[in-house]
Write a protein that binds this ligand. Structure first.
Ligand code: SF4
Length: 478
């Protein structure tokens, strides 16, 4: 798969080609991955209900395209990137590998520290999953203060990153000047970095958000390289107190209008969502996004469903993620145990990915997505048949599953044992259940059809053996 950027204002986006009836190599690739019909993939991309973020300059490297949309498996994103206090390119590339190993479908480089251009270029080159960025961070690093940002500088930054091969960019174009005062009553103000920077710029200059006023200039860049919009939720709630408030939904409405504008240019769009939202208010977010943003894929941060568990926010977020995924979100942005506390390290990345992969898979199961249950049924069968090695191999995190098992029963012989250390040999309910079924099967009395006579019950060998199931266990396996 390799295409070239458009010269002289042409359009190379997947949406442009889908709307003209073309099934691209990227559409065929994702169709195979999702076990879907390529024509269905094309129609979903053409309709705007799915996107394939695949910058033509990333396709030249290692990119393996994915599709994000309500009718496909729920995806997860892992945020990586350095900060002003912690910065090492080797560590960032290690985080990319860790994220991909533990099921991340995309990574976002949210670096705000040193060497931003080199870090981004290295991540794009290294990553076989789509890469997203928030270009206003790069622009800010060039001027130092939000007030010194200018539309031309930000457009220049966006074009540079598009040229580097970034597949999707968070553009906070929906935060309008008139929305800022709506956040005054909030407990935690504006918690999105992009949203807060733009609020500061608009207040200082008394002007409208330049990402909104220059939106079509951004579309012109995006269609040259096929960069997808991730329309940012700059006014997402940062606490349960602020969830689903006027400011949040005012921005969401604007994102719906901008979606239509981007589609006029055949640029692909997904919509970012909250944030901190209690369980009972989650569904409303998915419903309004579908309605106001014309079914464009919903890409949500969590949501985190309680504010009281710093250190465990991968769990608070995965709970909300499962619920919003079930309600229709197409991609979940992970949250790590380091959220609100520090820059995540590689172990935080692993934990965040696993927690959100569980959430995304739970959503796939609940929505009845093709093939999702096969995985669960396969591992359940292996579990019931005491095929320990198969059980480890089928686990979402095989090495952790094996490590946990082997911590108490490490000998190789226990890989055939009909119990583990949780209940022990005498109380293993699965073994007792299997033995009970075996006895029942052997005692079954088939009716002799036609004669009206009942045949003699077969001799129950299993019952004899079942008196002491422990006897049948190899000594080595106890
Ligand atoms: S011992 Fe308990 S936990 Fe272990 S396999 Fe048997 S039923 Fe499952």
């Amino acid at each position: 798969m390799s295409r070239s950027p458009s010269k002289r204002g042409g359009n190379v986006t997947q949406r442009y080609r889908a709307r003209r009836g073309e099934i691209t190599p990227e559409m065929r690739f994702v169709a195979k991955r999702e076990k879907a019909d390529p024509e269905f993939v094309r129609s979903e991309v053409a309709r705007g209900r799915a996107i394939i973020p695949a910058n033509v300059n990333h396709l030249r490297h290692r990119l393996e395209p994915i599709i994000i949309g309500i009718n496909f498996n729920c995806k997860i994103n892992a945020n990586i990137g350095n900060s002003a206090t912690t910065s090492c390119l080797k560590d960032e590339l290690r985080k990319v590998d860790m994220a991909v190993k533990y099921h991340a479908d995309t990574v976002m480089d949210l670096s705000t520290g040193a060497n931003l251009d080199d870090t981004r270029a290295a991540i794009v080159k290294h990553s076989r999953v789509p890469v997203g960025t928030v270009p206003i961070y790069g622009a800010l690093s060039r001027v130092g203060k939000a007030e010194d940002l200018s539309p031309s500088l930000v457009l220049e930054e966006i074009e540079k990153q598009a040229r580097q091969g970034v597949d999707y960019m968070t553009i906070h174009a929906g935060v309008l000047r008139e929305h800022v005062s709506l956040t005054k009553k909030r407990l935690t103000g504006i918690v999105s970095r992009g949203g807060a920077l733009l609020a500061q710029w608009m207040s200082a200059h008394g002007r409208q958000n330049f990402l909104y006023t220059h939106f079509e200039d951004i579309c012109a860049i995006f269609k040259k390289y096929d960069v997808a919009f991730s329309l940012g939720d700059g006014l997402r709630p940062g606490s349960l107190h602020d969830a689903n408030d006027e400011a949040q939904f005012a921005e969401l409405k604007v994102l719906g209008d901008l979606t239509l504008k981007a589609w006029e240019h055949d640029v692909q769009v997904m919509i970012e969502g909250p944030g901190h939202v209690p369980l009972h208010l989650v569904q409303m977010n998915a419903d309004l996004e579908q309605k106001w943003c014309h079914e464009a894929p919903f890409y949500t941060l969590g949501p985190i469903v309680t504010d009281v568990a710093p250190g465990y926010d991968h769990i608070t977020s995965a709970i909300g993620g499962a619920l919003i995924g079930w309600a229709g979100a197409s991609m979940l942005c992970y949250v790590t145990p380091a959220e609100h506390l520090s820059l995540p390290d590689a172990e935080d990345v692993r934990q965040g990915c696993i927690a959100h992969k569980i959430a995304a898979h739970a959503a796939d199961l609940a929505r009845g997505r093709r093939g999702a249950r096969d995985w669960d049924d396969a591992i359940s069968k292996a579990r019931y048949e005491f095929r320990w090695k198969d059980q480890f191999a089928l686990a979402m995190d095989p090495s952790t599953a094996k490590k946990k098992h082997d911590a108490t029963l490490p000998a190789e012989s226990y890989k055939d044992a009909r119990y583990c250390s949780m209940c022990g040999p005498e109380f293993c309910s699965m073994r007792l259940s299997r033995d009970a079924h075996k006895i029942l099967k052997e005692r079954e009395t088939p009716l002799s059809l036609g004669t009206g006579k009942v045949s003699k019950a077969p001799r129950c060998k299993a019952a004899k053996n079942a008196v002491s199931p422990r006897k049948r266990e190899p000594v080595s396996a106890r």
